[in-house]
Design a protein around this ligand. Structure first.
Ligand code: F6R
Length: 241
């Protein structure tokens, strides 16, 4: 696992955007696995800037997002589909039909998981998977558990994740209780993985991800098995390492 120490959020976002931009330049039809949350916002801004400066084009890029809340329509302002349009897709030349995200309104959970796994397979797998990390070490919505999940599944969110995400909703009661998420198996199958982390809140999770035992209790620790995983984190997130 490669660890890149950035001095602050701004620098980590710039480094992450540079790594993703390089992937797009090397392979203009790359499949990017994308994440939501606060941390990747700066990375997306860096990509938008590079697009506006004419350095990269998303016209052939394909994407597959990690996760989506169950029960939120794509036009709900807290859905991850909305987040992606707001923070990246609406600002670059990506084709909407080349973007993929689990359908939070699917009627049949099992069928939706199967469909999404097929989508990723038909894309030929993910070239570069961008990840954030939860305070408890979750990646996507893979929460601490007794076993790692392989493909896409419908997951019950933990109280800590619901509380962490409550800041985006009127109250914790409004945070959906379930989500669709790629499993750790799908994440590990990406050709390369780029995890971004910022702030003291993430220091414990980052320490365990890099130095701890590989355990489903710290889902991100599975990245120790990945042959091409990079963590870009700021001083605070790396303060325990
Ligand atoms: C969302 C996702 C989550 C977040 C994590 C950290 O697509 O993958 O695992 O990356 O909850 O979120 P922030 O960056 O808001 O701390």
């Amino acid at each position: 696992m490669r660890v890149i120490r950035a001095k602050d959020y701004e620098e980590l976002s710039d480094i992450a955007a540079r790594i993703i931009a390089a992937q797009i330049i090397l392979k203009p039809n790359a499949v990017l696995g994308l994440a939501t949350g606060s941390t990747p916002i700066g990375t997306y801004q860096g990509l938008i800037r590079r697009f506006k400066d004419g350095k990269i084009s998303f016209s052939n890029v394909r994407t597959a997002n990690l996760d989506e809340y169950k029960g939120l329509r794509a036009d709900h302002d807290q859905s991850y589909a909305y987040f992606m349009r707001d923070n990246l897709f609406d600002h670059v030349d990506i084709k909407p039909e080349n973007t993929n995200i689990p359908n939070g309104m699917a009627e049949n959970d099992a069928k939706e998981c199967e469909r999404y796994d097929c989508v990723v397979k038909e894309l030929g797998g993910v070239d570069l998977q961008l990840l954030g990390i939860g305070k408890n070490g979750h990646i996507g919505f893979n929460e601490p558990a007794d076993a790692f999940q392989n493909g896409t599944y419908c997951v019950k969110l933990t109280d800590s994740t619901i509380q962490a995400n409550a800041r985006f909703f009127a109250s914790a009661d409004e945070v959906p209780k379930y989500a669709f998420s790629m499993g750790c198996g799908t994440i590990l199958a990406a050709k390369s993985v780029l995890l971004v982390a910022s702030g003291k809140d993430k220091a414990d999770a980052i320490y365990k991800t890099i130095h701890g035992p590989i355990t489903p209790q710290v889902p991100a620790s599975i990245l120790q098995f990945h042959p091409d995983a990079t963590i870009v984190a700021d001083e605070e997130a790396l303060s325990l390492c």
